[in-house]
Design a protein around this ligand. Structure first.
Ligand SMILES: *[C@@H]1O[C@H](CO)[C@@H](O)[C@H](O)[C@H]1NC(C)=O
Length: 285
């Protein structure tokens, strides 16, 4: 019986550790919260109680409601001919491609409460968090190609010696990410990264956008241990394996995961034992 219980514990531990590794690949280790990346507010502001405010509020509610259904959507509110022509509001949201819709909607709700504080009464605003993004404007930007740079950042140069090997792997990951359609995670062991295009981009437009983002991050970041480039419609992020772990307590989270796995494994083992014992009892009796 004991080997069977141990086998159960082991299977659960392996399962949990695998899950942790997978999650860490899919995002920086700092992805537990809604990490701020960048924001932008338009100069122009609207009047409280204006038709634009009504349309914008309706747009933001649509975004919050939709985020529990899908990871991307875009809305145009009040751009029909009946409405005042300058009151239309256009907006979209997107969650990171590995999120469940429940996590997407949590992220979007947090984001909307922050964007209202960051950009009070502005006609246009965008906010990129680690896990989700929202942009709205008073002009129709939906579906229009835009590869302008919104945010770029490189970590300090890496400490390791083997830059040639690092760059080879880094460029391998970036090359792989450049071929993403929608969302892609790429890992070589030494370098990890992910990339995403807005949900309405065609495969060709996504590839063009990521091509520019990859070229930008390569020329900007040299042999930095980590780099991020966010364009208006796509982004690419890479980091040297372990780079974000050093700065976070994700090992603690792994320990918690292992403890939970052991408890679950033991409970499952005991359950099997009880079932087997009662079966034996029946068979004997
Ligand atoms: C409103 O904007 C959307 C998004 O660009 C567009 O598809 C739609 O045709 C517009 N509607 C009108 C009536 O202009």
């Amino acid at each position: 019986m004991l080997p069977l219980i141990n086998l159960f514990s082991l299977l659960f531990i392996i399962f949990t550790i695998n899950n942790h590794v997978h999650l860490r690949h899919a995002a920086s280790a700092a992805s537990g919260g809604h990490i701020f990346i960048y924001s932008g507010c338009s100069q122009v502001k609207y009047q409280p109680n204006s038709p634009y405010e009504t349309n914008l509020n309706s747009l933001l509610s649509s975004i919050v409601a939709a985020s529990s259904q899908t990871l991307y959507n875009a809305f145009a509110i009040g751009n029909d001919t009946a409405a005042p022509p300058d009151a239309a509001a256009y907006g979209l949201y997107q969650c990171r491609g590995d999120l469940k819709t429940t996590d997407c909607s949590t992220c979007i709700s947090t984001l909307i409460s922050q964007i209202e504080l960051l950009c009070p009464y502005t006609n246009g605003a965008s906010l990129q968090l680690d896990r989700c993004f929202v942009r709205y404007e008073d002009t129709d930007f939906l579906g229009k190609i835009d590869t302008s740079v919104r945010y770029k950042k490189c970590s300090p140069t890496r400490r390791g010696n083997d830059d040639v090997e690092f760059l080879r792997r880094r460029d391998g990951v970036l090359g792989d990410l450049q071929a993403a359609v929608g969302f892609r995670v790429s890992v070589t062991g030494a370098v990890e990264g992910y990339a995403q295009c807005l949900g309405d981009l065609s495969a060709a437009d996504c590839s063009d956008c990521l091509g520019e983002a990859v070229a930008e991050v390569k020329s900007l970041c040299g042999s930095a241990a980590a780099g991020d480039v966010f364009l208006a419609q796509c982004y690419v992020r890479y980091w040297e394996a372990g780079y974000y772990d050093a700065a976070s307590d994700s090992s603690n989270q792994d320990d918690v995961g292992k403890t939970v796995a052991i408890i679950v494994g033991v409970v499952a083992g005991v359950a099997v034992l009880i079932v087997l014992l009662s079966y034996c009892k029946k068979a004997l009796g």
